[in-house]
Design a protein around this ligand. Structure first.
Ligand code: ASP
Length: 322
């Protein structure tokens, strides 16, 4: 299949979430990302497919991996990338998200990558602008490129996603990573388990086709993948846990709890990691089993693929969802 055919398999103007994407669309994004994994390992990483294109990163929340990798992805494809620093912008003077977006829109960017603390805000913004919009994380709602890079990591390590037993552990309630991963992994046929204290599990989450456990050893039994999540303190109002020490005792991933999983189980974490809180250092640094750095590497490739596909779609004569 050539690139033109593949691009057409993702007929969307924006990437706002994983919910609603089909297995074919997810596979098209992952397949196209593979090309860039190889290219990023070469001495010359530069292409010109985004030559003439402008990408603006608009981040209202802190970020290391997502912002940097979107910047690298845009630059490696030959685009012009601008990072808007919200702390030094007119946002500080009281400008609303939509007014800021409309201002940027007037400068004719091709892509806006937006991270915002409010769930749904990125979709709202996408309805007001002419360019493609990528959700870089909206509140506790979705973080689609994280789920794609996790899926690419799993696919490259294990060869498939279908049928795998995957545990997502920790602060599910406040995690957009969990939500996007649940959508992607269930759509691709994995069996997803959520493991967390009762206070950190959303009500009715079973409706998303997952199994819920409140005990690590019960939930981790025979799992092929163990995904750990950070406690999202910035989204908590009030106390969800008696203490961090107790949390680590019951829910922190260490070799004791891991012993019931598949002996080759892959350990994943979207970062940033809080060592000694949700994961023990020894496990995080276990080079044979931890895929944490590989996830970061896949992040650049996935974001290159998404940027290329969405900008190519800008030139298409409006198929299905454009
Ligand atoms: N980096 C991920 C996010 O932005 C996970 C985290 O912050 O814990 O959602």
């Amino acid at each position: 299949m050539d690139n033109a055919e593949r691009l057409f398999e993702f007929p969307h103007r924006h990437l706002l979430g994983i919910e609603g994407l089909t297995p074919v669309e997810i596979t098209a994004l992952l397949d196209h990302s593979e090309t860039y994994v190889e290219q990023n390992r070469q001495t010359n990483k530069k292409k010109s497919v985004l030559s003439g294109r402008t990408i603006i990163n608009l981040f209202y929340e802190d970020s290391t991996r997502t912002r940097t990798s979107f910047e690298l992805a845009g630059k490696r494809l030959g685009g012009d990338v601008i990072n808007m620093s919200v702390s030094t912008s007119s946002v500080k003077k009281g400008e609303t998200l939509i007014d800021t977006a409309m201002t940027l829109n007037a400068m004719h960017p091709d892509v806006l990558v937006v991270r915002h603390p409010d769930s749904g805000s990125v979709k709202l913004l996408s309805e007001k602008v002419n360019c493609a919009v990528i959700n870089g994380g909206d509140g506790a709602h979705e973080h689609p490129t994280q789920a794609l890079l996790d899926a690419l990591t799993i696919r490259r390590r294990i060869g498939h996603i279908q049928g795998l037993r995957i545990a997502i552990c920790g602060d599910i309630l406040h995690s957009r990573v969990a939500r996007s991963n649940i959508h992607l992994l269930t759509t691709m046929g994995a069996r997803v388990r959520l493991i967390a204290p009762k206070t950190l599990i959303p009500t009715d989450v079973e409706r998303m086709g997952v199994e819920v456990f409140n005990d690590m050893k019960a939930g981790l039994e025979d799992c092929d993948i163990v995904m750990m999540l950070r406690l999202q303190k910035e989204r908590m109002n009030g106390n969800y846990l008696p203490s961090v020490r107790e949390y680590f005792h019951f829910f922190g991933l260490d070799y004791g709890k891991l012993s019931v999983a598949n002996p080759n189980a892959l350990i994943m974490h979207p970062g940033p990691m809080n060592r000694g809180v949700e994961i023990d250092s020894e496990v995080a640094d276990d080079f044979g089993r931890s895929a944490i750095h590989e996830q970061v590497e896949m992040g650049v490739a996935v974001r290159m693929a998404v940027l290329e596909i969405l900008t190519a779609n800008l030139d298409q004569p409006a198929p299905r969802n454009l």
